[in-house]
Design a protein around this ligand. Structure first.
Ligand code: FES
Ligand SMILES: [Fe+2]
Length: 368
């Protein structure tokens, strides 16, 4: 037999498994939190929950810091929006913080608190490790662990390259899926499902073949595009006055363990997705569509741009919906089975994903 076993069905809905994943998977690994462009100005910030930890990533006069997003005074949330621009000052009683998390200001400190420098240091927000790869910002909640370069290995230079080559914002959004975060990730890790799930969309777009590479659970899947797709994109590039990427010309897909996926279409369009665990059976899927950067001097008509963008944003949405429906059906059925599923050769990227997950949860859970 050349197939391998998937993980046990209960790990897709069990609360204990989910709690272990938050601390052993999400709080230990480097997690993608956003783009450098969203933190380009002083006081720009991004908020995100990593595992059980609410984090604010903020620009303090050019320095990017990741801090606990909970005020030390009486525990209010410091920054409430997903993204924004505002000093790191608590909206409740206005305590403010510096880039290292140490208290900068406490209203009526002299009369009401009497905090000296040492006491202010003691009340500092917890600080996390932050690092940047190209245009992508990553945070590691765990105090110790590999550097981002070590963690990404050969994917560091790939991400550096694609994130700086695909920068023209087209669309962003998010969906709530009624699935475990792992089922959501698994939908993008194989092309075996294309004939069944996407007969009118992805099947006409790419061939159901895949060449796979793996590094510590991060994987690549290179899928050749259909001739008609090559033609459509050549036409689109002509209208959009962009050039094709020199290295990636098919459907080149990268998955960064545990929850970041980047797909490149014909060296022209990048789709970046993250899968945020909400609870054992709910996941927030966030997506960003970006075109390859355009040479500066080229002016294009907004109408042409809108028409072409509409075509592939709708295509992206239809495919996501097709994946959501099938993934939610698998999720619903998991509690009715206790025998693990099977992974064929074509589903090898899922095997690598599961192996990285098993390594993180080793010795903590029975029957992985
Ligand atoms: S809770 Fe933040 S200042 Fe009071
Ligand atoms: Fe799919």
């Amino acid at each position: 037999m050349i197939s391998t076993q998937s993980i046990l069905p209960k790990h897709y809905y069990d609360l204990l498994t989910f709690e272990q994943e938050l601390s052993r998977v999400f709080e230990q690994n480097w997690i993608f939190v956003g783009f450098k462009e969203h933190l380009s100005k002083n006081n720009d910030f991004i908020t995100i929950t990593i595992g059980n930890t609410p984090v604010v990533v903020q620009n303090f006069n050019g320095q990017i810091s990741a801090l606990l997003n909970i005020c030390s005074h009486r525990k209010a949330t410091l920054q409430r929006d997903v993204r924004g621009n505002r000093p790191l000052r608590c909206p409740y009683h206005c305590w403010s913080y510096k880039s290292d998390g140490v208290l900068a200001g406490v209203p009526q400190n002299r009369t009401d608190f009497g905090l000296d420098e040492a006491a202010k240091k003691h009340l500092a927000l917890k600080q996390f490790t932050v690092d940047i790869c190209g245009e992508l910002i990553f945070v590691r909640v765990a105090a110790r662990g590999p550097s981002l370069i070590e963690f990404l290995g050969p994917y560091f230079s790939i991400l550096q390259r694609v994130s700086t080559d695909f920068t023209e914002q087209v669309q962003e959004g998010s969906f709530l899926w009624n699935t475990n975060w792992k089922i959501a990730c698994e939908t993008v890790l194989e092309v075996y499902h294309v004939a069944g799930v996407h007969p009118e969309t992805f099947a006409n777009f790419a061939k159901a073949e895949c060449e796979i590479e793996n590094f510590n659970g991060h994987t690549t899947g290179n899928t050749p595009l259909q001739d008609a797709t090559h033609k459509w994109w050549a036409g689109a590039r002509k209208h959009l006055k962009t050039n094709q990427h020199s290295d990636f010309k098919e459907y080149n897909h990268f998955f960064i363990y545990p929850n970041l996926a980047i797909g490149l279409t014909n060296g022209s369009l990048m789709s970046l997705q993250t899968y945020d665990p909400i609870d054992p059976t709910h996941t927030k899927l966030n997506y960003q569509l970006k075109m390859i950067s355009k040479p500066n001097d080229r002016v294009i008509s907004e109408a042409v741009k809108t028409a072409i963008n509409l075509n592939f944003t709708q295509f992206n949405h239809t495919i996501l919906e097709e994946d959501r429906v099938i993934a939610e059906s698998c999720q619903k059925n998991m509690p009715h089975c206790n025998v693990p599923g099977l992974l064929g050769k074509c589903e090898d990227r899922i095997r690598h994903f599961h192996n990285a997950w098993r390594l993180d949860l080793n010795e903590l859970l029975e029957g992985l």
